[in-house]
Design a protein around this ligand. Structure first.
Ligand code: ZN
Length: 135
């Protein structure tokens, strides 16, 4: 059994159905940002609190990528998911072969293996069309 490791620290917590993306809310102006940063993108304030973002959002825009990348075999999909908090999250999108993507459709957060690395399984967040039944 390989060790599951996040592809980047601090972006999300958990790696199952209980997990969520970690954003930040500015206590000065209320701006919500993802990923969390040292300073607010709106007012540049430093008084930020970490928050868990919604697991469901809507597809804002997407692209089917046909160029090979280091870890992913084309074609694969990437896009922006708009969450109820008003933030847009850039993510790989899966399940689009089964459920053709449409702008505005409901999308659900999943944590899945992105690629293998010797002794490790690198896990990250992806979004799938909500009609995918969580499979
Ligand atoms: Zn702010």
């Amino acid at each position: 059994m390989k060790t599951r490791v996040p592809f980047r620290e601090g972006l999300f917590q958990g790696s199952d159905e209980e997990g969520s993306l970690l954003g930040a809310r500015c206590r000065q102006c209320g701006q919500i940002i993802f990923p969390g940063r040292e300073a607010c993108l709106n007012c540049l304030g430093h008084d930020l609190e970490s928050i868990c973002l919604s697991r469901n959002g809507k597809l804002y825009t997407y692209t089917i990528v046909h160029m090979p990348s280091e870890h992913f075999t084309p074609p694969y999909a990437v896009g922006w998911i708009e969450l109820p908090e008003g933030v847009r999250v850039f993510s790989q999108i899966r399940g689009w072969q089964e459920y053709p993507l449409e702008i505005g459709m409901d999308m659900t957060l999943h944590f899945e293996k992105l690629w293998d690395e010797e002794e490790k399984e690198v896990v990250g967040y992806v979004f799938r069309p909500s009609t995918n039944g969580g499979a």
